[in-house]
Design a binder for this molecule. Structure first.
Ligand code: 5GP
Ligand code: ZN
Length: 115
């Protein structure tokens, strides 16, 4: 996906504040943080959304979820966090490359429908 913004970040064409990387996964700070901690965990391979993920993607999705608590603590959210995956039009997904939002900080987040 040559024009996908997150694929461009993966390729290093757009800079990001990286917090984690391995062969399959990249995590970086959201450019418009909505909480003191706001990270995005993405697969390096283009998957448009949870709606287009396949059973073969399950181990990767599991690893992305498993990373969330580790990265939250590392970023300073030591007493929990909120993880959100906006999917498609109804979910308000703006970037069509699957990502997990990890939101946190040092006090409880406000209740919200969309991160
Ligand atoms: P969505 O609404 O698709 O779930 O969320 C997309 C998120 O990507 C938004 O929170 C937005 O701030 C973030 N975002 C969009 N473009 C960039 C970018 O170029 N760099 C970073 N770090 N975050 C981005
Ligand atoms: Zn992409």
């Amino acid at each position: 996906m040559s024009d996908c913004i997150f694929c461009r970040i993966v390729r290093g064409e757009i800079p990001c504040s990286k917090v984690y990387e391995d062969e399959e996964i990249l995590a970086f700070k959201d450019i418009h943080p909505l909480a003191p901690v706001h990270l995005l965990i993405i697969p390096k391979r283009h998957i448009a959304s949870l709606a287009t993920a396949t059973p073969e993607d399950s181990p990767l999705l599991g690893r992305m979820l498993e990373l969330a608590p580790r990265l939250a603590v590392q970023a300073g959210s030591t007493d929990g966090f909120r993880s959100i995956v906006n999917t498609g039009n109804v979910g308000g997904q703006e970037v069509h490359h699957l990502h997990i939002h990890v939101l946190g900080g040092d006090k409880p987040l406000p209740v919200m429908l969309k991160y």
